[in-house]
Design a protein around this ligand. Structure first.
Ligand code: FCA
Length: 335
């Protein structure tokens, strides 16, 4: 009798530990859960990324967990939270690229696969962390497209370049922002724009309000120009400059702003009945950055196939006249 009870207990214990081991394995096999963390959930670009990531989730049949993570603490707790929910990986646009080593360590400790989007993590010496797969925009070239577009429009309007000031809305702590505005500056200078007329307007954060404040200072300090142009890392930066210029009486006729993005911030501007100083935007692809990154993460989890280490996407210049056609060409028309 004693022996029998003992055997029963052994059998029960074995069954329990077997099921405890089997449970997570079974879940991993059929239930994929992927986090998508963005630094500025209120920005239309990130809303679009999420929307396209949702499309991937629907098509492939995984669960997408969207998390707004505007600070380092939020990122760290979000990663722990994902691990607690049994997610297997996440995609992140970090609020600060310098958090790189900390985020990598946290993901490793929580055994989560990780890929970055838009903003690439850097290590302690400011070098990109190449071990984390990344999809970003080809920042310098896209910046050049902005500068070329502005230069072409200045020439078309017949402005004398010496009478034109350029507001360069900068955000130097973010490498992709630095590369974008550097590309625009270089293209303008190559087109004959006087370097001395380019006014750096550093913004404290990458949103319209902070760009507005930065541009206002630039305008106040430089009352001599008859016309203005503006560029920055995204549409929000340029919209801030455009609004500041409007406040000083520089409207569509005397302002050429070209942004980067092509999400609702730009589209709403083009929908206004009268043109504004927001002349154009280089449309980039939230579809690739949202849908493709999610698909890559899914394949990594499901089939063990790691994403390419680095993917750089391109953009196309659009103005209010051709925005629909350009969106169509970029596969964004159905939005
Ligand atoms: C950065 C910017 C965003 C967007 C993205 C592609 O994260 O802050 O506005 O341009 O790159």
């Amino acid at each position: 009798m004693k022996r029998r009870l003992f055997l029963t207990l052994i059998a029960a214990a074995t069954a329990t530990s077997a099921s405890m081991i089997a449970a997570p394995v079974a879940q991993a096999a059929d239930e994929v859960k992927i986090g998508f963390l963005v630094k500025q959930p209120e920005e239309p670009w990130f809303q679009d990324e999420w929307k396209f990531a949702e499309m991937a989730a629907k098509e492939k049949g995984f669960t997408l967990v969207k998390i707004g993570a505007p600070s380092g603490e939020k990122v760290m707790s979000a990663i722990d939270n994902l691990a607690a929910q049994k997610a297997q990986g996440f995609i992140i646009c970090t609020p600060d690229v310098k958090l790189g080593p900390g985020i990598v360590a946290k993901a490793k400790a929580d055994k989560l696969k990780m890929m970055t989007v838009d903003d690439r993590l850097v290590d302690g010496s400011g070098k990109p962390i190449e071990s984390v797969p990344h999809m970003g925009i080809s920042a310098y070239n896209i910046g050049k497209q902005v500068g070329d577009g502005i230069a072409a429009e200045i020439k078309k309007r017949g402005w004398d370049m010496k009478d034109v000031g350029a507001i360069d809305v900068t955000y130097e702590q973010l490498p992709t922002a630095h590369d974008r505005t550097a590309g625009a500056t270089d293209a303008l200078v190559a087109a004959g724009f006087p370097k001395a007329n380019i006014v750096a307007a550093p913004q404290a954060k990458t949103d319209t309000e902070n760009a507005f404040n930065a541009a206002n200072i630039a305008l106040t300090k430089n009352p001599k120009y008859k016309h203005w142009v503006a560029y920055g890392l995204n549409d929000e930066a340029v919209l801030g400059a455009v609004r500041a210029a409007e406040g000083r009486g520089f409207k569509a006729d005397n302002m050429i702003g070209i942004g980067i993005g092509g999400s609702d911030s730009a589209l709403n501007e083009f929908k206004k009945p009268n043109p504004t100083g927001f002349f154009g935007t280089v449309i980039i692809s939230p579809k690739r950055h949202g849908e493709e990154t999610s698909e890559l993460m899914y394949a990594w989890i499901k089939d063990g196939k790691a994403p390419p280490p680095l993917t750089l996407t391109t953009g196309m210049l659009a103005t209010r006249d051709n925005v629909s056609q350009v969106r169509e060409q970029m596969g964004l028309a159905s939005k």
